[in-house]
Ligand binder design. Structure first.
Ligand code: CUK
Ligand code: CUA
Length: 643
């Protein structure tokens, strides 16, 4: 990690000098707002709401975190790919199936990119999607309830990184293999690793949003064995296209001998998904084997279900023309972003000294005129000079990701030189730069990858935290920084810690999401087969050594609260229904010695815990959520007799 120069200089100065530099200003901190100004801009008075929702990926926590912007307050964690003990997600019987995969139950994931659904190129607040990079999956979160309601696995994929970016009306959601792998029937996959060039392939996947809001893997496009990194869909004039960065065009299977960065240029893959979708609709391509599951919360009974699939339609560019083109792009491009007007395609060339900007219009002309410099596996490679709109000079070291303010400016993170660089989409001139602490990966402007960004704040998502907070031993939370971009000069306003590794983030005006919030579930709409809707209906039913306890909770007791007739060796299902019908009155439930998490029950909801008692005796249970003045009294006993 290279520290900004003034930082390393500071280490050598006595505290008094540093303090006076902070108090009286030092020249390299011009971009820091005054304390008064910063405090005023980020202060959200008690009882007031933030202006924006910020959704951040939880990285290797597998979850998504929700923040208020500009305050930086962490207001919720949405469990997605990992179990969450706090509310029993992935532990209780109603949500366990969400973590099912073709490899079995996988209670962990590596989440990278949240992406809001869009209508006419603008975030609409209906859904937010997020990808899982390790066991390739895409999740959909319903923003009425902030619950993960669907998870789709991606077959024929070695990791899912370039995902889940949406087209301008959320017609499709993209995914792409991070690592190329051998594919086909099992027998085709058992090949020597050094047969990479011959046998390894990548896939770009297109998930179609169905009319009922569910996700369907519509088709995959077979591509050469590169590693595919990131993606963004076109918009406006480029609607109908999606762009994917790739690296390792050398097709090296080991970096030890280094060959993955030898080529001067790698590629952005420009995919005409409308054309590909037509091919798929006509039944073109071939059906290939590929195990994958789709998990979803059933709209009727609100219980997670798993649907298993074993094949997928694959389109091959060697047989189907006009679907995909390669745009040469300097050395190992990472991010790819499309300007709000849909005309410019911007790559972050990690090892490049400029930011290459391609023109969509020039690209379509070059395709028309067949200005190709070659072809790889049926994919025409366009001439760099024919498609280039320009290059941004001096963009900082290690440019990665770009977002837009909707006022003609682009903002790019520079990972190695630890800064955000603002430049003009018109002249490609750098207009301003601000240091970040330290090494930003992605950045986020609310709506910043859409056609209409809310260009007021920018959040830099930093990979290295070091000295920004009180030390917490060797392991530190990551750090985000809020930057004011409303004026000509960017100004740093606030640091706030984030959980896991926040790769990407999304932001949206709060009122769009707030207006349709579910506050509690209506008891009369509860169709869980184990729900009971009054205390009179509660019961204990034995079926062999399975026991079903139908229970209710309401301030301030459980019914029943004394349970007898349970034996060691039984499998006990506690089905609890929370009878409350009011916002923010959950109850909890747990039994001594339970080897799962507690249950947390929202009003009107039914949740089930499985318990296999191992010891004879009387076992207490209690409510785990401080629900009322008599919360502490909310408890009961179960008698366990010998088998
Ligand atoms: S990646 Cu993390 S800095 Cu997964 Cu989007 Cu670029
Ligand atoms: Cu119910 Cu505490």
């Amino acid at each position: 990690m290279k520290l900004p120069i003034y930082k390393s200089v500071l280490w050598g100065l006595p505290a008094v000098v540093i303090l006076s530099l902070i108090l009286y200003g030092c020249p390299s901190q011009q971009n820091l707002a005054s304390n008064e100004e910063a405090a005023q801009k980020v202060y959200v008075a008690p009882g007031e709401y933030d202006e924006f929702y910020g959704f951040m990926s939880g990285g290797y926590s597998g979850q998504m975190s929700v923040y208020g912007i500009p305050s930086g307050r962490h207001i919720y964690t949405i469990p997605v790919f990992s179990q969450l003990a706090t509310n029993g997600y992935g532990y209780n019987e109603e949500t366990k199936a969400m973590l099912e995969t073709s490899y079995g139950f996988v209670p962990w994931g590596d989440a990278h990119h949240p992406e809001l659904s869009q209508t006419n190129g603008v975030p609409d607040g209906r859904y937010i999607f997020i990808n899982e990079n390790n066991t390739p999956r895409v999740a959909k979160i319903d923003l009425k309830s902030f619950q993960t309601t669907e998870i789709l696995e991606i077959p024929n994929s070695g990791g899912n990184h370039a995902s889940p970016f949406v087209t301008q009306n959320t017609e499709y959601i993209s995914a792409a293999t991070r690592f190329s792998v051998p594919m086909g029937e099992d027998g085709d996959k058992d090949v020597a690793i050094d047969s990479y060039e011959e046998n390894f392939k990548g896939t770009l996947s297109f998930i179609k949003m169905q009319d009922d809001g569910s996700m369907k893997l519509d088709f995959q496009i077979l591509v050469p064995g590169f590693d595919y990194d990131l993606s963004h869909a076109g918009k406006g004039p480029s609607h109908g296209w999606s762009f994917f960065t790739s690296y390792n065009s050398e097709e090296a299977n080991t970096l030890l001998e280094v060959n993955a960065s030898k080529n001067d240029k790698d590629f952005i893959a420009a995919v005409n998904w409308k054309k590909a979708a037509e091919y798929a609709a006509q039944g073109k391509g071939k059906i290939m084997p590929g195990e994958y599951v789709r998990n979803y919360i059933d709209k009727e009974d609100h219980i997670a279900k798993t649907e298993r699939n074993s094949e997928v339609r694959v389109l091959d560019p060697r047989e189907l023309e006009g679907m995909i083109y390669y745009l040469p792009t300097p050395k190992s491009p990472h991010g790819v972003d499309v300007s709000p007007d849909g005309e410019l395609i911007i790559a972050g060339g990690k090892l490049s000294t400029v930011i290459p900007v391609h023109s969509f219009e020039k690209m379509t002309q070059a395709i028309e005129n067949e200005e190709y410099e070659g072809e790889i596996d049926g994919i025409p490679v366009l001439k760099y000079d024919s498609i280039l709109a320009g290059e941004v000079e001096n963009p900082g070291l290690g440019p990665l990701h770009t977002e837009f303010d909707g006022q003609g400016n682009a903002y790019t993170t520079a990972f190695i030189s630890s800064e955000v660089v603002k430049w003009s989409l018109d002249t490609f001139e750098v207009l301003d730069r601000i240091e970040t602490y330290y090494s930003p990966g992605h950045l986020m402007i609310p709506g910043g990858d859409s056609q209409k960004p809310w260009g007021k704040y920018l959040v830099a998502l930093n990979k290295i935290t070091k000295d920004r907070y009180l030390p917490t031993g060797p392991e530190l939370f990551h750090s985000a920084q809020l930057i004011d971009i409303s004026g000509d000069k960017m100004k740093l306003l606030l640091d706030f810690p984030t959980e896991g590794e926040p790769h990407y983030a999304q932001g949206i005006a709060a009122d769009i999401v707030m207006k349709d919030q579910v506050k509690f579930y209506k008891l009369e709409e509860n169709n869980n087969p184990y729900a009971v809707k009054s205390e009179e209906e509660t019961k204990v039913v034995r079926d062999g050594n399975e026991v079903h306890v139908y229970m209710t909770t309401i301030r301030t007791h459980f019914a029943p609260d004394n349970i007898e007739g349970i034996k060691v060796g039984d499998k006990v299902y506690f089905h609890l229904t929370n009878l409350e019908q009011d916002w923010d009155v959950p109850h909890g439930f747990t039994v001594k010695g339970a080897n799962t998490s507690e249950l947390l029950l929202m009003p009107g909801e039914t949740r089930t815990m499985v318990w296999e008692p191992k010891r004879v005796g009387v076992t207490p249970f209690y409510c785990t959520d401080f629900c009322s003045a008599l919360h502490q009294e909310m408890q009961g006993y179960i008698r366990v007799s010998p088998a």
